[in-house]
Design a protein around this ligand. Structure first.
Ligand SMILES: [Zn+2]
Length: 414
């Protein structure tokens, strides 16, 4: 009943990961499987084919989330969910998202092989558009499902070519008939690569994720005045890029003041009508802060805008700062986290408790369903990069922990 002698098939898991990585494979060994494109459709079709070959019922909701269900012995029990996402960044890796989905598939295959009937039904999920790189809205599928994003507003989002989410869903045949809203579920488990260096640095095989960081994101627009680079003396300059540079420095300083847990990033910046001999008149950029503690993010959200404003005023370049969102620290469910901890301990893996630095579908799912995550190390902590890499035995360890945690939850005594 403990199930520690019930093993998933590491080779089969790896082979399926590599087969999925061929869909949208890039010359540099990565993956380009942008959400709701024809390549994404091929990934989804492959996933559906694999699921149906196992006798699973696949249903699709209105935002394209796919749920593959395996019935349990007790039809009155709520399903145990698990999964991740098959979409990738434009130059993404083979494992970000795909690991959680394909490991979930391996869980289903192993249960079939071993003829195990769980008490509760179980469902493997492929969430739509986790990455947000095409329509600018990450965690779209899980966020819509969780009721954080309205369906109609999400349908109307456009990509760079003007194609809407609604059109793209119809275009690939994945606008499903089931409502995109939370249904009662017993638990949600997600296996994911860490996307950071901590597990590798400490030589740990499995990360027990206890929650996700608090975050606050902004858009900034600085308006100065375009002026001739050769004729405009210091006293006459209203240099928008200089203001941006000083705000970037402020973001870095605020981050470093908060020690090793601090995160502050300007990852995107645009000089409007950039020209080498023109003093920049308008600059647009992104700002984000993250920290494990909600209080720290609240403190930054309360203090940072005025400090940035002061820099802009001193440079005589007005700043327009828009807060996009602010989310608190999301703790995961202690019961589910404990099942992950117990599974890893029983299997003898070296572990570490960790807070997720990245956003994940699990963070939104956790608002309505008891949730936990499992991390595997990845080489040099590198992700959102074609060189993203993990070892087959790392994938196997994570999938084995996922298997045990799901089994324990689905068979628990109520
Ligand atoms: Zn991911």
């Amino acid at each position: 009943m403990s199930g520690s002698n019930q093993r998933i098939d590491g080779k089969r898991l790896w082979d399926s990961l590599m087969a999925m990585a061929e869909i949208g494979a890039t010359p540099k060994g990565g993956v380009r499987r942008l959400t709701l494109t024809d390549v994404d459709k091929r990934g989804r079709d492959q996933f559906r084919t694999w699921c149906e070959a196992l006798g699973l019922q696949v249903r699709v909701d209105a935002i394209g989330n796919m749920f593959a269900r395996r019935e349990g012995r007790d039809p009155s029990r709520l399903p145990v969910l698990f999964g991740s996402h098959l979409d990738s960044q434009p130059t993404g890796g083979k494992f970000d998202g795909a690991l959680g989905v394909i490991a979930g598939l391996e869980v289903m295959r192993t249960l079939n092989d071993l003829n195990i009937a769980t008490e509760a039904p179980i469902e493997l999920v492929n969430w739509t558009d986790e990455e947000g790189s095409r329509f600018g809205h990450s965690l779209m599928g899980s966020g819509t499902w969780a009721g954080i994003y309205g369906l109609d507003k999400t349908y109307a989002l456009k990509d760079a070519e003007g194609v809407t989410v609604g059109e793209a869903l119809e275009g690939i045949g994945y606008k499903g008939e089931h409502a995109a809203k939370p249904f009662p579920a017993d638990a949600y488990f997600e296996l994911h690569i860490e996307q950071g260096p901590i597990l590798e640095r400490e030589g740990k095989e499995v990360g027990i994720v206890t929650g996700a960081q608090a975050q606050v994101w902004y858009d900034a627009v600085v308006t100065g005045q375009d002026a001739h680079a050769g004729t405009t003396p210091p006293s006459a300059r209203k240099d928008a890029l200089l203001t941006a540079a000083r705000i970037i420095d402020l973001v870095d300083k605020l981050m470093r003041e908060r020690g090793d847990d601090g995160r502050g990033t300007v990852g995107w910046l645009q000089v409007v009508n950039a020209s080498r001999n023109v003093v920049p008149g308008e600059v647009r950029f992104s700002i984000e802060f993250r920290h494990p503690e909600t209080a720290v993010i609240e403190e930054l959200a309360a203090g940072f805008p005025a400090m940035a404003e002061a820099i802009a005023t001193a440079n005589r370049t007005p700043l327009e700062l828009t807060q996009l969102f602010k989310i608190p620290h999301q703790p995961f469910d202690s019961g589910c986290v404990d099942l992950v901890r117990q599974a890893a301990a029983r299997l003898g893996y070296s572990t570490r408790e960790i807070i997720s630095g990245a956003g994940h579908d699990a963070v939104y799912v956790a608002r309505s369903v008891p949730t936990a995550m499992i991390f595997t190390p990845c080489k040099d902590g590198l992700s959102h990069n074609e060189a993203e890499s993990i070892q087959p035995e790392e994938a196997e360890a994570g999938a084995q922990v996922l298997f045990q945690a799901i089994l324990a939850r689905a068979n628990r005594t109520l």
